[in-house]
Design a protein around this ligand. Sequence first.
Ligand code: TTP
Ligand code: MG
Ligand code: MG
Length: 430
Amino acid sequence: MVAQTPALMRRIAHLDMDAFYASVELLRYPQLKGLPVVIGGGRRREDDLLAQVRQRYPDREWGIEHLAEIPVDVFPRIAGYSGRGVITTATYAARAFGVGSAMGVMKAAQLCPQAILLPVDFEQYRHYSRLFKSIVRDIAPVVEDRGVDEIYIDFTHVPGGQREGGRVLARLIQKCITDATGLTCSIGVAPNKLLAKMASEMNKPNGISILFIDDLTEKIWPLACRKINGIGPKAEAKLKTHGIHTIGELAACERDGLTKHFGKSYGAWLFDAAHGVDDRPVVTESEPVSMSRETTFEKDLHVQHDRAALGDIFTRLCQQVAADLQRKGYVGKTIGIKLRFDNFQSVTRDNTLAFFTADPLAIRQAAGQCLKRIEFKRRIRLLGVRVGSLVKAADAPSPTSTSEKSLSSAFVVQEPPPSKDSPYEQADLF
Ligand code: TTP
Ligand code: MG
Ligand code: MG
Protein backbone atom coordinates (compact mmCIF):
# COMPACT_ATOMS: atom_id res chain seq x y z
CA MET A 1 0.00 0.00 0.00
CA VAL A 2 1.32 3.42 -0.86
CA ALA A 3 1.55 5.78 2.11
CA GLN A 4 -0.52 8.92 1.67
CA THR A 5 1.47 12.14 1.74
CA PRO A 6 -0.25 14.68 3.97
CA ALA A 7 -1.62 17.67 2.04
CA LEU A 8 1.00 20.40 1.98
CA MET A 9 0.15 23.88 3.19
CA ARG A 10 0.96 26.62 0.72
CA ARG A 11 3.92 28.47 2.24
CA ILE A 12 5.26 31.52 0.42
CA ALA A 13 8.22 33.55 1.63
CA HIS A 14 9.13 37.16 0.94
CA LEU A 15 12.78 38.00 1.47
CA ASP A 16 14.05 41.58 1.60
CA MET A 17 17.66 42.60 2.22
CA ASP A 18 18.24 44.93 5.18
CA ALA A 19 19.28 48.54 4.38
CA PHE A 20 20.58 47.07 1.15
CA TYR A 21 22.74 49.77 -0.50
CA ALA A 22 24.08 50.89 2.89
CA SER A 23 24.88 47.34 3.98
CA VAL A 24 26.81 46.72 0.74
CA GLU A 25 28.82 49.90 1.38
CA LEU A 26 29.57 48.70 4.91
CA LEU A 27 31.19 45.55 3.50
CA ARG A 28 33.76 47.87 1.92
CA TYR A 29 33.98 50.15 4.95
CA PRO A 30 33.34 47.92 8.00
CA GLN A 31 34.71 50.65 10.26
CA LEU A 32 31.35 52.45 9.74
CA LYS A 33 29.29 49.66 11.32
CA GLY A 34 26.81 50.99 13.89
CA LEU A 35 27.20 54.60 12.67
CA PRO A 36 24.57 56.69 10.91
CA VAL A 37 25.37 56.44 7.19
CA VAL A 38 23.29 57.60 4.25
CA ILE A 39 23.74 56.67 0.61
CA GLY A 40 23.07 59.22 -2.11
CA GLY A 41 23.98 62.62 -3.36
CA GLY A 42 26.02 61.48 -6.33
CA ARG A 43 27.87 58.69 -8.06
CA ARG A 44 30.95 57.08 -6.58
CA ARG A 45 34.32 58.29 -7.79
CA GLU A 46 36.79 55.66 -6.71
CA ASP A 47 39.59 57.98 -5.74
CA ASP A 48 37.73 60.65 -3.78
CA LEU A 49 38.13 59.09 -0.40
CA LEU A 50 41.64 57.80 -1.04
CA ALA A 51 42.75 61.27 -2.13
CA GLN A 52 41.38 62.64 1.14
CA VAL A 53 43.05 60.05 3.32
CA ARG A 54 46.39 60.40 1.52
CA GLN A 55 46.30 64.09 2.24
CA ARG A 56 45.34 63.68 5.90
CA TYR A 57 47.58 60.71 6.66
CA PRO A 58 50.51 61.02 4.25
CA ASP A 59 52.97 58.96 6.28
CA ARG A 60 51.79 55.62 4.90
CA GLU A 61 50.60 54.09 1.70
CA TRP A 62 46.88 54.12 0.81
CA GLY A 63 45.55 51.88 -1.93
CA ILE A 64 42.27 50.28 -2.91
CA GLU A 65 43.12 47.35 -0.61
CA HIS A 66 43.19 49.67 2.41
CA LEU A 67 39.62 50.96 2.26
CA ALA A 68 38.70 49.21 5.52
CA GLU A 69 41.52 51.06 7.30
CA ILE A 70 40.46 54.59 6.40
CA PRO A 71 39.88 56.40 9.72
CA VAL A 72 36.24 57.32 10.35
CA ASP A 73 37.03 61.03 10.63
CA VAL A 74 38.05 61.13 6.95
CA PHE A 75 34.55 60.23 5.72
CA PRO A 76 32.39 63.18 4.63
CA ARG A 77 29.46 64.20 6.89
CA ILE A 78 26.18 65.53 5.58
CA ALA A 79 26.27 68.62 7.83
CA GLY A 80 26.19 71.72 5.64
CA TYR A 81 25.30 69.78 2.48
CA SER A 82 23.67 72.03 -0.06
CA GLY A 83 22.40 70.47 -3.22
CA ARG A 84 19.43 68.61 -4.55
CA GLY A 85 20.67 65.08 -3.91
CA VAL A 86 18.24 62.49 -2.59
CA ILE A 87 18.97 59.65 -0.18
CA THR A 88 18.50 56.15 -1.56
CA THR A 89 18.71 54.50 1.86
CA ALA A 90 20.14 54.91 5.34
CA THR A 91 21.60 52.56 7.94
CA TYR A 92 19.35 51.68 10.86
CA ALA A 93 21.51 53.94 13.07
CA ALA A 94 20.60 56.88 10.80
CA ARG A 95 16.94 55.86 10.67
CA ALA A 96 16.78 56.37 14.43
CA PHE A 97 17.05 60.11 13.63
CA GLY A 98 14.13 59.97 11.21
CA VAL A 99 16.30 59.81 8.08
CA GLY A 100 15.17 57.49 5.30
CA SER A 101 14.82 56.64 1.60
CA ALA A 102 13.69 59.35 -0.83
CA MET A 103 14.49 62.18 1.59
CA GLY A 104 16.52 65.14 0.37
CA VAL A 105 20.10 65.07 1.68
CA MET A 106 19.61 68.64 2.93
CA LYS A 107 16.64 67.59 5.04
CA ALA A 108 18.60 64.63 6.40
CA ALA A 109 21.44 67.00 7.30
CA GLN A 110 19.07 68.87 9.58
CA LEU A 111 17.90 65.68 11.28
CA CYS A 112 21.29 63.99 11.63
CA PRO A 113 24.21 66.30 10.72
CA GLN A 114 26.81 63.78 11.91
CA ALA A 115 25.66 61.14 9.40
CA ILE A 116 28.29 60.00 6.91
CA LEU A 117 27.39 60.48 3.26
CA LEU A 118 28.51 57.90 0.72
CA PRO A 119 27.86 58.04 -3.03
CA VAL A 120 25.96 55.29 -4.87
CA ASP A 121 27.67 52.41 -6.66
CA PHE A 122 24.96 50.59 -8.59
CA GLU A 123 27.32 48.09 -10.13
CA GLN A 124 28.26 46.83 -6.70
CA TYR A 125 24.59 46.60 -5.61
CA ARG A 126 23.75 44.63 -8.76
CA HIS A 127 26.61 42.26 -8.05
CA TYR A 128 25.33 41.48 -4.55
CA SER A 129 21.76 41.33 -5.83
CA ARG A 130 22.67 38.57 -8.29
CA LEU A 131 24.74 36.82 -5.65
CA PHE A 132 22.07 36.57 -2.94
CA LYS A 133 19.44 35.49 -5.48
CA SER A 134 21.62 32.69 -6.81
CA ILE A 135 22.26 31.47 -3.26
CA VAL A 136 18.52 31.27 -2.63
CA ARG A 137 17.84 29.54 -5.97
CA ASP A 138 20.33 26.82 -5.07
CA ILE A 139 18.27 26.05 -1.95
CA ALA A 140 14.74 26.77 -3.16
CA PRO A 141 14.38 26.94 -6.96
CA VAL A 142 10.99 28.64 -7.29
CA VAL A 143 12.01 32.27 -6.91
CA GLU A 144 10.30 35.39 -8.24
CA ASP A 145 12.53 38.40 -8.75
CA ARG A 146 10.97 41.58 -7.37
CA GLY A 147 13.76 44.05 -7.89
CA VAL A 148 17.22 44.69 -6.60
CA ASP A 149 16.82 43.51 -3.01
CA GLU A 150 13.73 41.36 -2.78
CA ILE A 151 12.26 38.09 -3.95
CA TYR A 152 9.34 35.78 -3.34
CA ILE A 153 10.17 32.13 -2.74
CA ASP A 154 7.77 29.20 -2.87
CA PHE A 155 8.61 27.15 0.24
CA THR A 156 5.75 24.68 -0.20
CA HIS A 157 7.70 21.76 -1.66
CA VAL A 158 11.18 22.57 -0.38
CA PRO A 159 12.66 20.45 2.42
CA GLY A 160 12.23 22.36 5.68
CA GLY A 161 9.72 24.67 4.01
CA GLN A 162 6.85 23.38 6.15
CA ARG A 163 8.70 22.91 9.44
CA GLU A 164 7.67 25.47 12.05
CA GLY A 165 5.63 27.15 9.32
CA GLY A 166 8.77 27.76 7.23
CA ARG A 167 11.03 29.10 9.99
CA VAL A 168 13.56 26.29 9.60
CA LEU A 169 14.11 26.97 5.90
CA ALA A 170 14.06 30.74 6.43
CA ARG A 171 16.84 30.39 9.01
CA LEU A 172 18.91 28.25 6.65
CA ILE A 173 18.53 30.80 3.83
CA GLN A 174 19.47 33.70 6.12
CA LYS A 175 22.57 31.84 7.26
CA CYS A 176 23.69 30.89 3.75
CA ILE A 177 23.28 34.49 2.53
CA THR A 178 25.17 35.95 5.49
CA ASP A 179 27.96 33.36 5.27
CA ALA A 180 28.47 34.03 1.56
CA THR A 181 28.01 37.80 1.45
CA GLY A 182 28.20 39.27 4.96
CA LEU A 183 24.74 40.78 4.39
CA THR A 184 21.57 40.25 6.42
CA CYS A 185 17.98 39.97 5.25
CA SER A 186 14.51 39.64 6.71
CA ILE A 187 12.07 36.93 5.70
CA GLY A 188 8.32 36.60 6.12
CA VAL A 189 6.62 33.27 5.49
CA ALA A 190 2.86 33.16 5.02
CA PRO A 191 0.10 31.41 3.04
CA ASN A 192 0.52 33.81 0.09
CA LYS A 193 2.56 36.65 -1.41
CA LEU A 194 0.39 39.43 0.00
CA LEU A 195 0.82 38.30 3.62
CA ALA A 196 4.46 37.24 3.15
CA LYS A 197 5.36 40.74 1.98
CA MET A 198 3.78 42.22 5.10
CA ALA A 199 5.42 39.62 7.32
CA SER A 200 8.94 40.32 6.04
CA GLU A 201 8.67 43.87 7.39
CA MET A 202 7.54 42.85 10.85
CA ASN A 203 10.91 41.88 12.30
CA LYS A 204 13.45 43.95 10.39
CA PRO A 205 16.46 43.83 10.40
CA ASN A 206 17.70 40.22 10.32
CA GLY A 207 14.30 38.91 11.38
CA ILE A 208 11.91 36.12 10.52
CA SER A 209 8.11 36.34 10.81
CA ILE A 210 5.84 33.39 10.38
CA LEU A 211 2.18 34.04 9.62
CA PHE A 212 -0.72 31.64 9.39
CA ILE A 213 -4.15 32.62 8.14
CA ASP A 214 -5.41 32.38 11.76
CA ASP A 215 -3.06 35.25 12.68
CA LEU A 216 -4.97 37.61 10.40
CA THR A 217 -7.16 39.25 13.02
CA GLU A 218 -4.42 39.69 15.58
CA LYS A 219 -1.42 40.61 13.44
CA ILE A 220 -2.79 42.09 10.21
CA TRP A 221 -6.09 43.78 11.01
CA PRO A 222 -4.59 46.34 13.44
CA LEU A 223 -2.19 47.59 10.71
CA ALA A 224 -2.81 50.68 8.60
CA CYS A 225 -4.35 49.95 5.18
CA ARG A 226 -1.25 51.43 3.57
CA LYS A 227 0.73 48.37 4.73
CA ILE A 228 -0.99 46.36 2.01
CA ASN A 229 1.21 46.32 -1.06
CA GLY A 230 -1.18 47.77 -3.65
CA ILE A 231 -2.79 50.43 -1.46
CA GLY A 232 -0.96 53.61 -2.34
CA PRO A 233 -1.31 57.13 -0.97
CA LYS A 234 -4.32 57.94 -3.19
CA ALA A 235 -6.32 54.86 -2.21
CA GLU A 236 -5.33 55.39 1.41
CA ALA A 237 -6.62 58.97 1.34
CA LYS A 238 -9.88 57.86 -0.24
CA LEU A 239 -10.32 55.06 2.30
CA LYS A 240 -9.82 57.62 5.06
CA THR A 241 -12.63 59.77 3.71
CA HIS A 242 -14.84 56.72 4.32
CA GLY A 243 -13.49 56.42 7.86
CA ILE A 244 -11.40 53.35 7.01
CA HIS A 245 -7.91 53.48 8.54
CA THR A 246 -6.97 49.94 9.48
CA ILE A 247 -7.08 46.70 7.52
CA GLY A 248 -9.58 45.41 10.07
CA GLU A 249 -11.90 48.32 9.26
CA LEU A 250 -11.48 47.52 5.58
CA ALA A 251 -12.29 43.87 6.22
CA ALA A 252 -15.50 44.93 7.99
CA CYS A 253 -16.77 46.60 4.79
CA GLU A 254 -19.22 44.88 2.48
CA ARG A 255 -17.72 43.74 -0.82
CA ASP A 256 -20.53 45.52 -2.70
CA GLY A 257 -19.84 48.79 -0.92
CA LEU A 258 -16.17 48.61 -1.85
CA THR A 259 -16.85 47.81 -5.50
CA LYS A 260 -19.35 50.67 -5.62
CA HIS A 261 -16.81 53.22 -4.40
CA PHE A 262 -13.56 51.80 -5.74
CA GLY A 263 -14.62 50.12 -8.96
CA LYS A 264 -15.44 46.50 -9.63
CA SER A 265 -11.96 45.12 -9.89
CA TYR A 266 -10.04 47.25 -7.34
CA GLY A 267 -12.94 47.10 -4.86
CA ALA A 268 -13.05 43.30 -5.03
CA TRP A 269 -9.28 43.17 -4.67
CA LEU A 270 -9.43 45.42 -1.58
CA PHE A 271 -11.99 43.12 -0.01
CA ASP A 272 -9.90 39.99 -0.70
CA ALA A 273 -6.68 41.64 0.46
CA ALA A 274 -8.23 42.69 3.76
CA HIS A 275 -9.25 39.06 4.30
CA GLY A 276 -5.74 37.81 3.50
CA VAL A 277 -6.84 36.23 0.21
CA ASP A 278 -4.29 36.17 -2.62
CA ASP A 279 -3.87 33.38 -5.17
CA ARG A 280 -1.08 34.88 -7.26
CA PRO A 281 1.53 32.28 -8.14
CA VAL A 282 5.25 32.75 -7.58
CA VAL A 283 6.40 33.46 -11.13
CA THR A 284 9.94 32.41 -11.91
CA GLU A 285 11.91 34.31 -14.48
CA SER A 286 12.50 31.28 -16.60
CA GLU A 287 8.78 30.98 -17.21
CA PRO A 288 7.42 34.06 -18.94
CA VAL A 289 3.64 34.15 -18.86
CA SER A 290 3.35 35.77 -22.25
CA MET A 291 5.29 37.57 -24.94
CA SER A 292 3.99 40.52 -26.88
CA ARG A 293 4.86 43.15 -29.40
CA GLU A 294 3.02 46.40 -29.92
CA THR A 295 3.44 49.58 -31.82
CA THR A 296 2.06 53.09 -31.62
CA PHE A 297 1.54 54.63 -35.05
CA GLU A 298 3.04 57.93 -36.05
CA LYS A 299 -0.44 59.04 -37.03
CA ASP A 300 -3.73 57.43 -36.14
CA LEU A 301 -4.84 54.96 -38.79
CA HIS A 302 -8.27 54.27 -40.22
CA VAL A 303 -9.42 50.71 -40.55
CA GLN A 304 -10.56 51.18 -44.15
CA HIS A 305 -8.46 54.01 -45.57
CA ASP A 306 -5.23 52.60 -44.15
CA ARG A 307 -6.10 48.96 -44.59
CA ALA A 308 -2.92 48.00 -46.41
CA ALA A 309 -0.65 49.71 -43.90
CA LEU A 310 -2.53 48.17 -40.99
CA GLY A 311 -2.34 44.74 -42.56
CA ASP A 312 1.42 45.04 -43.02
CA ILE A 313 1.99 46.24 -39.47
CA PHE A 314 -0.23 43.52 -38.08
CA THR A 315 1.64 40.83 -39.99
CA ARG A 316 4.98 42.23 -38.89
CA LEU A 317 3.95 42.23 -35.21
CA CYS A 318 2.93 38.58 -35.51
CA GLN A 319 6.24 37.74 -37.14
CA GLN A 320 8.12 39.56 -34.39
CA VAL A 321 6.30 37.76 -31.57
CA ALA A 322 6.84 34.46 -33.36
CA ALA A 323 10.55 35.23 -33.69
CA ASP A 324 10.74 36.17 -29.97
CA LEU A 325 9.07 32.88 -29.03
CA GLN A 326 11.31 30.83 -31.29
CA ARG A 327 14.47 32.56 -30.11
CA LYS A 328 13.60 31.91 -26.47
CA GLY A 329 12.26 28.41 -27.12
CA TYR A 330 8.60 28.89 -26.18
CA VAL A 331 5.25 28.06 -27.72
CA GLY A 332 1.87 29.43 -26.65
CA LYS A 333 -1.77 28.73 -27.24
CA THR A 334 -3.57 31.95 -26.25
CA ILE A 335 -3.29 34.50 -29.02
CA GLY A 336 -4.43 38.00 -28.14
CA ILE A 337 -4.55 41.45 -29.63
CA LYS A 338 -4.64 44.91 -28.15
CA LEU A 339 -5.88 48.07 -29.78
CA ARG A 340 -5.94 51.62 -28.60
CA PHE A 341 -8.23 54.09 -30.31
CA ASP A 342 -7.60 57.78 -30.87
CA ASN A 343 -9.57 58.58 -27.70
CA PHE A 344 -7.13 56.37 -25.74
CA GLN A 345 -9.75 53.73 -25.10
CA SER A 346 -8.10 50.29 -25.20
CA VAL A 347 -9.60 46.94 -26.06
CA THR A 348 -8.15 43.46 -25.92
CA ARG A 349 -9.42 40.18 -27.31
CA ASP A 350 -7.94 36.73 -27.19
CA ASN A 351 -8.42 33.39 -28.73
CA THR A 352 -7.25 30.08 -27.24
CA LEU A 353 -6.15 27.50 -29.77
CA ALA A 354 -6.29 23.74 -29.40
CA PHE A 355 -2.52 23.52 -29.91
CA PHE A 356 0.68 25.33 -28.96
CA THR A 357 2.44 27.34 -31.61
CA ALA A 358 5.26 29.74 -32.39
CA ASP A 359 4.40 29.89 -36.05
CA PRO A 360 3.91 33.41 -37.47
CA LEU A 361 1.17 32.29 -39.80
CA ALA A 362 -0.80 30.49 -37.08
CA ILE A 363 -0.44 33.52 -34.82
CA ARG A 364 -1.51 35.84 -37.65
CA GLN A 365 -4.61 33.79 -38.36
CA ALA A 366 -5.66 33.47 -34.72
CA ALA A 367 -5.01 37.16 -34.08
CA GLY A 368 -7.03 37.97 -37.20
CA GLN A 369 -9.95 36.11 -35.64
CA CYS A 370 -9.68 38.34 -32.57
CA LEU A 371 -9.91 41.45 -34.74
CA LYS A 372 -13.31 40.39 -35.95
CA ARG A 373 -14.66 40.73 -32.44
CA ILE A 374 -13.90 44.43 -32.24
CA GLU A 375 -16.12 47.23 -33.28
CA PHE A 376 -14.17 49.85 -35.21
CA LYS A 377 -15.74 53.26 -34.84
CA ARG A 378 -12.62 55.31 -34.38
CA ARG A 379 -9.11 55.63 -35.73
CA ILE A 380 -6.48 53.37 -34.24
CA ARG A 381 -3.37 54.67 -32.50
CA LEU A 382 -1.81 51.43 -31.20
CA LEU A 383 -1.85 47.81 -32.21
CA GLY A 384 -0.36 44.90 -30.27
CA VAL A 385 -0.17 41.12 -30.53
CA ARG A 386 0.39 38.82 -27.58
CA VAL A 387 0.93 35.09 -27.20
CA GLY A 388 0.17 33.67 -23.77
CA SER A 389 -0.22 30.32 -21.95
CA LEU A 390 3.42 29.68 -22.77
CA VAL A 391 5.29 26.45 -22.27
CA LYS A 392 8.83 25.50 -23.24
CA ALA A 393 8.72 24.22 -26.82
CA ALA A 394 10.31 20.98 -25.60
CA ASP A 395 7.51 20.45 -23.04
CA ALA A 396 4.64 21.10 -25.43
CA PRO A 397 2.52 18.08 -26.31
CA SER A 398 3.61 16.88 -29.73
CA PRO A 399 0.86 17.15 -32.31
CA THR A 400 -0.96 13.86 -32.80
CA SER A 401 -3.35 13.10 -35.60
CA THR A 402 -6.24 14.46 -33.50
CA SER A 403 -4.48 17.67 -32.62
CA GLU A 404 -3.48 18.12 -36.23
CA LYS A 405 -7.10 17.88 -37.08
CA SER A 406 -7.91 20.57 -34.52
CA LEU A 407 -5.01 22.56 -35.91
CA SER A 408 -6.58 22.77 -39.27
CA SER A 409 -10.08 23.28 -37.91
CA ALA A 410 -8.84 26.10 -35.72
CA PHE A 411 -7.96 27.97 -38.87
CA VAL A 412 -11.39 27.73 -40.36
CA VAL A 413 -12.52 31.28 -40.48
CA GLN A 414 -15.91 31.74 -38.92
CA GLU A 415 -17.17 34.49 -41.17
CA PRO A 416 -19.83 36.71 -39.64
CA PRO A 417 -22.98 37.02 -41.68
CA PRO A 418 -22.35 39.49 -44.49
CA SER A 419 -23.87 42.88 -43.98
CA LYS A 420 -22.96 46.09 -45.69
CA ASP A 421 -22.68 48.25 -42.61
CA SER A 422 -21.40 45.71 -40.14
CA PRO A 423 -18.32 47.05 -38.35
CA TYR A 424 -17.15 43.44 -38.05
CA GLU A 425 -16.90 43.12 -41.77
CA GLN A 426 -14.54 46.05 -41.94
CA ALA A 427 -12.30 44.27 -39.44
CA ASP A 428 -11.85 41.42 -41.90
CA LEU A 429 -10.00 43.79 -44.11
CA PHE A 430 -6.77 43.55 -42.21
P1 TTP B 1 14.22 48.80 0.42
O1 TTP B 1 14.20 47.32 0.53
O2 TTP B 1 12.91 49.52 0.39
O3 TTP B 1 15.03 49.44 1.62
P2 TTP B 1 16.38 48.97 2.30
O4 TTP B 1 16.80 47.62 1.83
O5 TTP B 1 17.40 50.03 2.15
O6 TTP B 1 15.97 48.91 3.83
P3 TTP B 1 15.02 47.83 4.55
O7 TTP B 1 15.89 47.20 5.57
O8 TTP B 1 13.93 48.64 5.15
O9 TTP B 1 14.54 46.88 3.51
O10 TTP B 1 14.99 49.23 -0.88
C1 TTP B 1 16.12 48.51 -1.37
C2 TTP B 1 17.12 49.47 -1.97
O11 TTP B 1 16.54 50.22 -3.01
C3 TTP B 1 17.65 50.50 -0.98
O12 TTP B 1 18.76 50.01 -0.24
C4 TTP B 1 17.99 51.65 -1.85
C5 TTP B 1 17.04 51.55 -3.02
N1 TTP B 1 15.95 52.54 -2.87
C6 TTP B 1 16.08 53.77 -3.51
O13 TTP B 1 17.06 54.02 -4.21
N2 TTP B 1 15.09 54.71 -3.34
C7 TTP B 1 13.99 54.47 -2.56
O14 TTP B 1 13.11 55.36 -2.40
C8 TTP B 1 13.87 53.21 -1.89
C9 TTP B 1 12.67 52.91 -1.02
C10 TTP B 1 14.87 52.28 -2.09
MG1 MG C 1 15.45 46.09 1.76
MG1 MG D 1 13.14 46.04 -0.81
